[in-house]
Design a binder for this molecule. Structure first.
Ligand code: ADP
Length: 157
């Protein structure tokens, strides 16, 4: 029984995140999507409850996918969940440079491995930052976030 943890801020979740969740669920027995309550980069646009609500909508029909939130280190969350590996998505060399550092640190601290899933070409340009900018200017969100949460993201702005 292999448990994987997919951590992120998901501020808000995008079609790119959703695709990684679906693909990750296919390579483990249990996938836990772990929402980081805060980010050291900035204040989140969506509260932890709002991000939970959106991810709940996205995973509601998925069999062995669960949701948790955490604060602090990803590895502590992974240890608590007895996870076998972490999942992260890769869009570009920029992601890679950051992720390789995180994956090495996480492996050094706990021995936990990170499995990288490369973004599908149609989603490599998608980021939560881009979506927040489009939403703030009243632009169309279809094709950027899953249809089931478009209204939720729009209403927030
Ligand atoms: P974090 O600040 O932890 O990177 P994010 O919510 O921005 O939080 O991203 C969570 C994970 O999802 C990261 O591994 C990121 O690289 C990945 N990710 C984000 N957007 C995409 C996308 N469009 N395609 C594939 N992976 C993505």
């Amino acid at each position: 029984m292999k448990t994987a943890v997919y951590p992120g801020v998901f501020d808000p979740p995008t079609l790119g995140h959703l695709e990684i969740i679906k693909r990750a669920a296919g390579i483990c027995d249990k996938l836990v999507v772990a929402i980081s309550e805060s980010t050291n980069k900035r204040k989140t646009a969506f509260s932890i409850d709002e991000r939970k609500k959106m991810l709940d909508i996205l995973i509601k029909d998925m069999d062995h996918v669960e949701l948790v939130s955490f604060s602090g280190l990803v590895v502590d969350c992974a240890l608590e969940l007895k996870a076998d590996f972490l999942i992260r998505g890769l869009r570009s060399g920029v992601d890679f440079d950051y992720e390789i550092q995180m994956a090495s640190a996480n492996a050094m601290m706990t021995g936990i491995q990170t499995i990288f899933l490369v973004s599908s070409p149609q989603y490599t340009h998608l980021s939560s930052t881009l979506i927040r900018e489009i939403a703030a200017c009243g632009g169309p969100l279809q094709g950027f976030v899953p249809d089931s949460i478009v209204e939720y993201v729009r209403r927030k702005n």
